[in-house]
Design a protein around this ligand. Structure first.
Ligand code: ADP
Ligand code: MG
Length: 264
């Protein structure tokens, strides 16, 4: 992968503020009064056992999940809501979709469209939603395929790519509309071990480019290398947060210690 990348188009710097967010599914409290302040350009890694609410937290940042209490802001703008006086009113679907343009989302299972080539996967949404002309989308896609080192695969079909390549394409696709923040939900969990590194390398490049990243992952080595903040969740709560070295080298909470002992 070439390192000589022009990042000026990746103006993805967004402050994320999560304030007192709770979310229940039936009687089960998946998020319990979660607050977090993430600086523009920062890299946050969220760790925690399965079922601790990591995915739910990411989904609330995008208003894919409606919060029961609290609120989320990106660059001061309420996500999913509009403030009038001291009340928040839920936005209409169109306005919510417009906000989602600012948030790139990468899932565990790539989710590329199997019937579209790599290039078509990248340009589909921006062109369909009239965010970019076809010409501009193709240019942008070329730049991003360079960022992920896969320009030579522009005309390939997803099924002919390795899992690692597919995930790198999914990352490029998420960057097409210059999101202010990028959310990754276990982006390497579905990959064979030998393919994990190439995907983490792309995310590390984004980290160095000043993009605000929130990454749910069990890759503690990655967290140690690139995270400004490490957040450890248990049962819908943040039990510990701090710098990578603090949380990973000197965990204070018993659950964090046990978790790290298991994954290291
Ligand atoms: P994690 O990503 O840390 O594994 P999740 O955020 O996926 O955890 O889930 C947190 C808890 O909320 C789990 O107990 C899960 O079963 C529950 N949960 C998540 N999404 C839903 C849903 N749509 N309906 C019901 N329960 C859910
Ligand atoms: Mg999850």
């Amino acid at each position: 992968m070439s390192e000589a990348i022009d990042y000026r188009n990746l103006h993805t710097t967004g402050a994320i503020t999560i304030t007192g967010v709770s979310k229940s599914f039936g009687k089960h409290k998946a998020l319990d009064n979660v607050s977090l302040a993430l600086a523009p350009g920062s890299v946050t890694v969220i760790l925690g056992p399965s079922g601790s609410g990591k995915s739910t937290l990411l989904r609330t940042i995008n208003h894919l999940e409606r919060v029961d209490e609290g609120f989320i802001q990106i660059d001061g703008e309420y996500i999913g809501y509009q403030r009038r006086g001291d009340k928040l009113y839920e936005l209409k679907e169109r306005a919510i979709l417009r906000q989602r343009i600012n948030v790139g989302y990468v899932f565990q299972n790539f989710n590329l469209f199997p019937h579209l080539t790599v290039l078509e996967n990248l340009i589909e949404a921006p062109v369909a939603h009239r965010q970019l002309t076809r010409r501009a989308a193709i240019d942008r896609a070329g730049e991003l395929l360079d960022v992920v080192g896969l320009r030579h695969k522009a005309d390939a079909w997803p099924r002919h790519l390795s899992g690692g390549q597919q995930q790198r394409i999914a990352i490029a696709r998420a960057l097409m509309l210059n999101p202010r923040v990028m959310l990754f939900d276990e982006p390497t969990s579905a990959l064979d071990p030998e393919l994990v590194g190439e995907v983490l390398d792309v995310i590390k490049k984004l980290a160095r480019s000043g993009t605000t990243l929130v990454v749910v992952t069990h890759e503690v080595g990655f967290a140690r290398e690139v995270a400004d903040n490490v957040v450890f969740m248990v049962d819908g709560r943040i039990v510990e947060q701090g710098s990578g070295s603090q949380v990973l080298n000197q965990p204070r909470h018993e659950r964090t210690k046990r978790f790290l002992a298991r994954v290291l």
